[in-house]
Design a protein around this ligand. Structure first.
Ligand SMILES: Nc1nc2c([nH]c(=O)n2[C@H]2C[C@H](O)[C@@H](COP(=O)(O)OP(=O)(O)OP(=O)(O)O)O2)c(=O)[nH]1
Ligand SMILES: [Mg+2]
Length: 131
């Protein structure tokens, strides 16, 4: 099966909270919370994809990023490679551009059961990095 390359953004605000969005029901892993992001397009770098997806999905302009971790996960119907970056500087006010509900949560408030299975190590890495 082909691996889908995905750029994932963990946007951190001044109070150490991170931005999560609810995936629409009709999408892969729909009804679960996610970190904003999406598929890396042909000829695009992961950083470019990260900036494009954050603008498209939550209307934020990326100022600075740091790599957090890369994880591969097999969903059976789909194999994904999630390249996760912390977004430590940004401009704008997050709003769900596709009507999706957004929340800002402290690392301790992230509940892995509400996210796709691939997100378990992402949540662990966020807690380790941000406390
Ligand atoms: N954005 C995001 N995707 C995740 C996370 N965890 C996880 O398993 N995924 C998976 C779900 C999807 O199979 C894939 C991301 O695809 P996507 O649906 O966000 O892609 P996209 O924004 O380009 O949207 P579209 O073109 O499919 O409408 O990665 C996560 O935390 N954030
Ligand atoms: Mg997306």
């Amino acid at each position: 099966m082909q691996t889908l390359q995905v750029a994932v953004a963990v946007v951190v605000d001044g109070e150490g909270r991170v931005l999560v969005a609810l995936r629409p029901d009709d999408k892969h892993q729909g009804g679960r919370w996610e970190f904003p992001g999406g598929k890396v397009e042909d000829g695009e770098s992961v950083t470019d994809a990260l900036a494009r997806e954050l603008a498209e999905e939550v209307a934020l302009e990326v100022g600075g990023t740091e790599p957090l971790l890369v994880i591969e996960h097999d969903y059976g119907d789909r194999h994904v490679c999630l390249d996760v970056h912390l977004v430590t500087a940004y401009r704008g006010e997050a709003t769900g551009q596709e009507g999706q509900p957004l929340r800002w949560l402290l690392p301790a408030e992230l509940d892995a059961d509400e996210f796709p299975a691939a997100n378990v190590p992402i949540i662990a890495a966020i807690r380790e990095r941000l406390g």
